[in-house]
Design a protein around this ligand. Structure first.
Ligand code: COA
Length: 377
């Protein structure tokens, strides 16, 4: 079996085939150097070098060449570790190119390497302040899609449990106070915040362990801690929503387009992410707000936009009800959000904050709504 077939099989074991195929196609479609920048922590390079080599080998077999970063937090052994990693990769048949972050044209050379199916390994200088500045320049110039910190604990913890997502805007102050963060983690969070604020394009930052890298990259749910800038949600009247952008969003989100007369529906308000990467559409009824559509662009699912939309909506409406197909994998999250639900063969209907006497009418209302995104269309 070819290595790439083995890796494809392996991908099936980390998550659903549909998700891994989606991300693989997404990563392969962009410029090679955009795929990812992976910072290997000194402890990971010291104690888990084999796992990192295997990760990089597998990625190369899939035609993906990340920019590897060494020495961001501790630069004493970075050069040695980079040389050792380069040697290991070479033995495994993967080309690597060592670069110093201060070399002239470093970013252009890193991009060229990725395009020539070579993994650039960038070593950061001894001066601490210069390191993250150099990283910022690299991420901005390469248009990096995802910055990943390989870290032995595999993510940040709060009360001993892993935190899957951190909103760098709203959660930062509490997190910065947390005694559970190590010195390194604190720097990581602070620098990540500066990076997402200063970098002109949107990109995701994740902390994960080398053993979970594939789950982080190829599943919606990810593995580890995702650090992100909170989404900006705007509330628009139905008539003020850009129809074409909404149609495109719904199509990409559900994987099929809405019916033609969808825009004639009785929708009062839309909560829309400023870049139309997500939307929640509301029909106002005497029973409460009926969440008519809830959608996040396939590319951005699992990054917390759904949560930001929900918060905006729940901040405005105390009474909300909605429905979803029984097969929709989002059911587990809806169960957490709702006060109650009823399951029917065609739909699950959920509600929150409703007067008990209104539940039956709300469920009936939800079941009677026309189908806007017919299955199989
Ligand atoms: C449903 C949807 C709007 C959620 O938005 P999102 O931005 O992906 O969600 P978030 O990243 O904010 O995550 C919110 C929660 O949903 C979970 N989640 C997101 N995508 C998931 C998936 N595909 N499978 C299982 N859980 C998922 C997250 O794990 C998180 O749960 P947690 O807080 O328990 O960890 C989005 O996945 C989507 O557009 N899906 C396709 C269209 C659709 O089915 N819409 C709903 C119709 S009722």
């Amino acid at each position: 079996m070819e290595t790439s077939d083995v890796v494809l099989r392996f991908l099936e074991s980390v998550g659903s085939r549909r998700e891994s195929d989606f991300y693989l196609a997404l990563f392969r479609a962009g410029e090679p150097e955009r795929f990812a920048a992976i910072s290997v922590d000194a402890n990971v390079a010291r104690y888990a070098a084999e796992a990192v080599t295997l990760d990089l080998r597998f990625l190369a077999a899939l035609g993906l060449y990340p920019v590897v970063l060494l020495g961001l937090f501790e630069s004493t052994e970075a050069m040695e570790q980079a040389t050792r990693l380069g040697r290991r990769l070479d033995k495994a048949g993967v080309r690597a190119l060592l670069l110093g972050s201060e070399e002239p044209d470093m970013t252009a050379r890193a991009a060229e390497a990725c395009r020539a199916q070579t993994i650039p390994i960038v070593v950061f200088p001894a001066a601490a302040q210069a390191r993250f500045e150099a990283l910022g320049t690299l991420v901005a110039l390469l248009h990096t899609r995802k910055l990943i910190f390989l870290h032995r604990p595999g993510g940040l913890r709060h009360h001993g449990t892993l935190v899957p997502m951190v909103n760098l805007t709203s959660d930062y102050a509490a997190l910065a106070q947390s005694k559970e963060l190590s010195r390194k983690e604190r720097i990581l969070v602070e620098e990540s915040r500066t990076l997402v604020e200063r970098t002109p394009h949107r990109f995701a930052i994740a902390i994960t362990s080398p053993l979970n890298l594939f789950r982080e990259l190829f599943t919606i749910k990810g593995a580890g801690t995702l650090l992100r800038r909170g989404a900006t949600i705007v509330r628009r009247r139905h008539g003020e929503i850009d129809r074409e952008r909404l149609r495109a969003l719904l199509t990409r989100s559900f994987g099929r387009p809405p019916v033609d007369d969808f825009f004639a529906r009785d929708i009062a308000w839309g909560y829309v992410e400023e870049g139309y990467r997500g939307a929640a559409l509301v029909t106002e009824t005497a029973l409460g707000a009926y969440l008519n559509k809830f959608a996040v662009d396939a590319e951005a699912q699992g990054e917390g936009i759904g949560r930001d939309l929900w918060q905006a909506l729940a901040g405005d409406y105390a009474r909300i009800f909605w429905r979803a197909r029984p097969t929709n994998p989002i059911d587990a999250w809806y169960v957490k959000l709702c006060d109650g639900l009823m399951r029917f063969p065609e739909w699950h209907v959920y509600w929150r904050g409703l007067q008990p006497g209104d539940v039956a009418a709300a469920v009936q209302f939800a079941l009677e709504q026309p189908v806007d995104l017919p299955l199989g269309s």
